[in-house]
Design a protein around this ligand. Structure first.
Ligand SMILES: Nc1ncnc2c1ncn2[C@@H]1O[C@H](COP(=O)(O)OP(=O)(O)OP(=O)(O)O)[C@@H](O)[C@H]1O
Length: 317
């Protein structure tokens, strides 16, 4: 069992009487990458800011390696590196200076040159922070969060504004930090990223953790193995719902999206072929048109998210 680095217990928080967190609990162990997703306004940033000690929760409790925010900056803040949604640095501070400054306050910091190289920032080392592009600034702020090798990394939408190379570089760096024992908590609206990089994913909705688990387990439990896309026809949606393994449905304009277990798409295709040949309960012309225009593929975290937050009709409910 890996050591638990972050423990959040039944956290509640309201703004002017309006509850945002209604009893959120989660943990992050050493070496674990924890993803948090949820609709705009779900409370993801509020949760991260409570962990950072920037906001005081109304109820519940949290600690990092047994230390609570009330212990103050010197003890508590040394336990995590953070990159906030809207953090910044003085405009005239040079990139290399910034990293050296932050490295100097940590006991066993990463090498500044190596961190700059890994974040693709070598050529920006002598440039003032204020002169960087938006994506470069975010890379610097991430490098600052990582430089002290803290036991916990708190990253609120870390990849927003990063180009694909920078995203990949960031995730390599985060994975190697986790492999070296760091616990990482990140938020994102990018479901592909959430699926690929979270060891455990939390869906925050209505102020609560609506679902938690390994991405593959979440998909399996929701009956989401495969999805298909077909042209809309009268009666097709109801027909798809009767196919064994069906788990959800979405109709958008002229298109029907069907979701089901891993065998669902294959079963649909077989039944469509039978119907095209006059052996099913769908008109042959409809079955032929659907077969001609059908696309199938594996279900993804995006589908889970849409189903869990109500955009897809969920047959399990
Ligand atoms: N300082 C504040 N005062 C009042 N309400 C606030 C404050 N900060 C956040 N809120 C409200 O709390 C709710 C949750 O906000 P939060 O930023 O935590 O959500 P989020 O899940 O991070 O959203 P997003 O995905 O849009 O970043 C929102 O309705 C927001 O308007």
């Amino acid at each position: 069992m890996k050591e638990t680095v972050l423990t959040v217990r039944e956290l509640t928080k309201a703004y002017r009487g309006r509850p945002v967190l209604r009893g959120v609990s989660l943990t992050a162990a050493a070496g674990e990458v924890i993803g948090v997703v949820g609709p705009n306004g779900a409370g993801k940033s509020t949760l991260v800011e409570c962990v950072e000690g920037l906001r005081r929760p109304d109820g519940g409790d949290l600690d990092i390696l047994g230390h609570r925010p009330a212990e103050g900056p010197r003890v508590y803040h040394a336990l995590f590196g953070a990159q906030l949604q809207d953090s910044s640095l003085p405009a005239r501070l040079r990139v290399g200076e910034a990293l050296e400054l932050f490295a100097a306050v940590h006991a066993r910091p990463r090498d500044v040159g190596e961190t700059l190289a890994r974040m693709g920032l070598e050529s920006e080392r002598h440039r003032p922070f204020g002169k960087l592009s938006g994506g470069q600034k975010r890379r610097v702020l991430l490098a600052v969060a990582l430089i002290g090798r803290p036991p916990l990394l708190l990253l609120d939408e870390p990849t927003v504004g990063l180009d694909p190379h920078a995203r990949l570089a960031l995730w390599r760096l985060l994975r190697s930090s986790a492999d070296a024992g760091a616990a990482i908590l990140f938020t994102t609206h990018d479901m592909a990223e959430a699926e690929e990089y979270s060891d455990r994913l939390h869906l925050l909705d209505g102020g609560r953790v609506a679902a938690v688990g390994r991405p593959a387990d979440l998909l399996r439990t929701a009956g989401l193995g495969s999805r298909l896309r077909a042209p809309r026809h009268d009666g097709l949606a109801a027909w798809l719902e009767r196919v064994p393994g069906h788990s959800g449905l979405q109709v958008v304009d002229g298109t029907v999206y069907g979701y089901g277990d891993a065998a669902y798409s294959r079963t649909v295709m077989r039944l469509l072929e039978e119907a095209r040949d006059g052996l099913g309960d769908l008109p042959p012309a409809v079955a032929k048109d659907v077969l001609d225009r059908l696309t199938v593929g594996p279900a993804r975290m995006e589908d889970f998210y849409l189903m869990s937050t109500g955009a897809i009709y969920d047959a399990h409910r």
